[in-house]
Design a protein around this ligand. Structure first.
Ligand code: GDP
Length: 426
């Protein structure tokens, strides 16, 4: 059976923690999209880890972790993460990398930087990990697939020369930067070949066998619905689909095998980078208090350390986020963080030119949407350590049930702390 773990919001919902928790009963965990531009933070008996490439299942020795074909594979980062785990005493994980995954090249990272420089104040706030140039090349069919590392030197050089020709026009005339050299790119690819060879696998066949053998498979998404290039806040989105449906494509398995979609929804909102964010807290002191208390050690980017923008729970965004994922179960996370508030504001609808709606609109309308806020009573205590739903304070249960009713999807898991064991099943 296949379960997808995905985000409903702008990312950083706590998917890593939920995947890590569910991975206890999984055989295989797959990353199916995105790259090393975002990270999951996981806390367990080995320490605290920020994973950027590896799936969150790497901490168990019974799991196989897979980098699917849909991922932007940064080989030095992936191999660095594997070394780091082993150094910190985690048993060496069993890792497979799809032969159909494409590789992030050093020039993708450079193009990302050059483009942000060129755009100046109008930049997308990219993490400069090369993700957008990578996916652009993949779909213009000039990317490098892992399988091509095993092709003849002649074929590879042909392709490299074509890439240099195209890229060098931009480097010379648009960015005024040093040009690419074919032999250096060949050496880069050969270095990647040596690093990745032990992990390369025909992943879709492997998964076909695994499904026939009744294995439990988890698909782990990066970011959330609102960063999806089609259904998110375009153009302030990421470059690969963040939706569970894409899991089938980005891993290489049949869509009908995805039986369960666990959508991770955070009890308040946060976002990184630019883009529409209707429920954003505009009072900087109020935002900063939530930021400092948020997540585990504050709401700062796992990859960049950037302070995240903070907001109240957003019903239209989360309802939409869950719908597009095809949610069967909601995991409601970081609820414990709200324990300090007397009253908890919730954005229950948007006011768009006087029209009140709970539907999430396209970007042009989002720009003029104002939040309609309703306040719920707080519970004023620490709920970490509580194991049973009935033992949660009444106002806390009311908050959960209010959100559940408004978004229209069942909250079957409540996360009340960063650890694996901090989970209440309903
Ligand atoms: P992801 O990218 O969706 O995996 O999210 P991040 O890793 O960026 O953010 C989640 C942060 O919140 C991490 O630091 C987690 O350790 C932490 N976290 C996850 N669930 C909970 C929770 O229920 N309570 C608290 N306090 N922290 C949590």
């Amino acid at each position: 059976m296949v379960t997808a773990v995905v985000g409903a919001n702008w990312g950083d919902e706590g998917k890593g923690k939920i995947t890590d928790t569910l991975a206890e009963k999984a055989d295989i965990i797959i990353r199916f999209q995105g790259g090393a531009n975002a990270g999951h933070t996981i806390k367990n008996k080995y320490g605290k880890f920020a994973l950027h490439s590896l799936p969150s299942g790497v901490f168990y020795d019974h799991t196989t972790c897979i980098i699917g074909n849909g991922v932007a594979l940064n080989i030095p980062i992936l191999c660095g993460e594997i070394d780091d785990l082993v150094e910190k005493g985690v048993p060496k994980p069993h890792i497979l990398v799809s032969e159909r995954a494409q590789m992030v090249m050093s020039y993708h990272i450079l193009f990302d930087q050059y483009e942000e420089e060129r755009l100046g104040g109008k930049s997308f706030g990219s993490t400069k990990s090369g993700i957008a140039p990578f996916y652009a090349d993949k779909f213009s069919k000039i990317g490098f697939q892992v399988s091509e590392l095993f092709d003849s030197k002649e074929n590879l050089m042909d392709k490299i020369e074509n890439v240099c020709e195209k890229k060098n026009v931009l480097l010379e005339h648009l960015y005024h930067k040093p040009l690419l050299k074919a032999d250096e790119l060949y050496d880069e690819l050969m270095k990647y070949k040596a690093m990745i060879e032990p992990y390369v696998c025909d992943v879709s066949s492997y998964l076909d066998e695994a499904l026939k053998a009744g294995k439990n498979i988890l698909l782990e998404g990066q970011l959330g619905t609102l960063k999806d290039p089609d259904h998110g806040i375009y153009p302030m989105v990421t470059s690969s689909s963040t939706l569970a449906g894409y899991g089938a494509v980005g891993a290489g398995l049949p869509p009908y095998e995805i039986k369960k979609v666990v959508t991770v929804v955070k009890a308040y909102s946060s976002a990184v980078g630019a883009g529409e964010f209707v429920s954003e807290i505009l009072d900087e002191d109020v935002a900063d208090e939530l930021r400092r208390r948020g997540g585990d050690g504050g709401e700062y980017g796992a990859t960049t350390g950037r302070p995240r923008r903070m907001g109240w729970f957003d019903i239209p965004a989360s309802k939409y986020g869950c719908r597009l994922q095809g949610t069967t179960d909601v995991a409601f996370t970081v609820l414990d963080v709200l324990g300090y508030l007397d009253e908890i504001p919730v954005c229950v609808a948007y006011d768009i030119n006087g029209e009140i709606t709970t539907e999430f609109p396209t970007t042009a309308k989002l720009k003029i949407a104002k939040p309609v806020i309703e306040k719920l009573p707080g519970w004023k205590c620490d709920i970490q350590g509580i194991k049973k739903y009935e033992d949660l304070p009444e106002n806390c249960r009311k908050y959960i049930e209010f959100v559940e009713e408004k978004i229209g999807y069942p909250i079957t898991m409540v996360s009340n702390g960063p650890g694996r064991e901090d989970i209440i099943y309903r």
